[in-house]
Design a protein around this ligand. Structure first.
Ligand SMILES: CC(C)(COP(=O)(O)OP(=O)(O)OC[C@H]1O[C@@H](n2cnc3c(N)ncnc32)[C@H](O)[C@@H]1OP(=O)(O)O)[C@@H](O)C(=O)NCCC(=O)NCCS
Length: 148
């Protein structure tokens, strides 16, 4: 498994993975999310790529994990963390988060954090196992651009 930069060429496979992982929402256009992230913070977000082909000479590789990253000068944010449903428990997400933390640190970012629905106990358990703590805050938002 290889952890590398997320590029626009990964968008199709990443979105297919997010759909499998129930991470897409009707009010968010995932391709626009990718394009905006890669424009605003090029070279920060990550994919995990693994061979899925059965020929050892020419193994087909596929995006089996993602995390989109943004450092806003205060915190390093993680979005769209996902690992392939058939490859869970193999350390894909842990490796993605470890590399995300390394990248944030190298930018001088003091803290990594994320937003997750309270009902997503799987993700909350995963992050807690990596030392992340639940903070008692409300997240307020206001949409500035209405996407079609
Ligand atoms: C959450 C998710 C990314 C975890 O991916 P994964 O590849 O299975 O995680 P890993 O294999 O890297 O697990 C790393 C460690 O966390 C532990 N862990 C994983 N899920 C856990 C849970 N729910 N509770 C406690 N520990 C957990 C693993 O046991 C492992 O521990 P180890 O290093 O001691 O062996 C994956 O379940 C997923 O894609 N979920 C759907 C998408 C999603 O909800 N994303 C979060 C958006 S905020």
């Amino acid at each position: 498994m290889l952890i590398r930069d997320f590029t626009l060429a990964d968008a199709e496979q990443a979105i297919a993975l997010w759909q499998q992982c129930d991470l897409t929402r009707p009010w968010n256009d995932p391709l626009l999310d990718i394009e905006r992230n890669l424009t605003a913070q090029p070279g920060l977000s990550l994919v995990a790529e693994a061979a899925v082909g059965d020929s050892p000479e020419h193994p087909a590789t596929e995006v089996v994990g993602t995390v989109m990253l943004g450092y806003d000068g205060h915190r390093g944010w993680m979005y769209y963390l996902a690992s392939h449903p058939k490859m869970r428990g193999q350390g894909i997400a842990k490796a993605l988060v470890a590399e995300a933390e390394r990248r944030f640190e190298s930018l001088g970012c003091p803290k990594a954090q994320l937003m997750v629905r309270g009902t997503n106990t799987q993700a909350v358990g995963f992050y807690q196992a990596l030392g992340y703590e639940v903070n008692d805050v409300l997240v307020l938002g206001k949409r500035l651009i209405e996407d079609d």
